[in-house]
Design a protein around this ligand. Structure first.
Ligand code: FES
Ligand code: FES
Length: 162
């Protein structure tokens, strides 16, 4: 068996450590070793975006990154979006605008939306569609996902100007 590596990550604000096989993918560290199963695995081949998480603030497909590459980094998954039991405006937007059907793509979609709104708080519809272009949804036709992100952008802007 290959030598294991000791990995330390900050996952949704909590320090976590594990000894991992060097080939272990980040998504499997998050789900199988650390037990946070909100991040989904749809394809395992960098296509669907269901596994999207923030690595040091950047959205990445965690099925394409080794766990050891995340050593000493900050990871945010869908579980880390709530604060004090309150839904994040993006989560609220998906609820209000019916931005999901089966929900499989939703965690990755919301993380991509979070990254988009962090770099562009007031995106056009086109910018939203580009922002989620790495995330595939087989159910919704995307229209309500776009509306959900527009809802969140408005609410977050109000929060800034209030
Ligand atoms: S599971 Fe990672 S992109 Fe599909
Ligand atoms: S809601 Fe089913 S894949 Fe997007």
């Amino acid at each position: 068996m290959a030598k294991t590596h000791h990995v330390r990550i900050r996952l949704n604000g909590a320090q976590k450590e594990a000894d991992v096989d060097p080939r272990l993918l980040l998504v499997h560290l998050i789900r199988d070793v650390l037990g946070q199963t909100g991040t989904h695995v749809g394809c395992d081949t960098t296509n669907c975006g269901a596994c999207t998480v923030l690595l040091d603030g950047r959205p990445i497909k965690s099925c394409t990154v080794f766990a050891v590459q995340a050593d000493d980094e900050e990871i945010v998954t869908v579980e880390g979006m709530t604060s004090n039991g309150q839904l994040h405006p993006i989560q609220e937007g998906f609820h209000q605008e019916h931005g999901l059907q089966c929900g499989f793509c939703t965690p990755g979609m919301m993380i991509s939306a979070q990254a988009l709104l962090a770099r562009n708080p007031n995106p056009t519809e086109e910018a939203i569609r580009w922002g989620i272009s790495g995330n595939l949804c087989r159910c919704t036709g995307y229209q309500n996902i776009v509306k959900a992100i527009q809802y969140a952008a408005k609410k977050m802007q109000k929060g800034v100007t209030a």
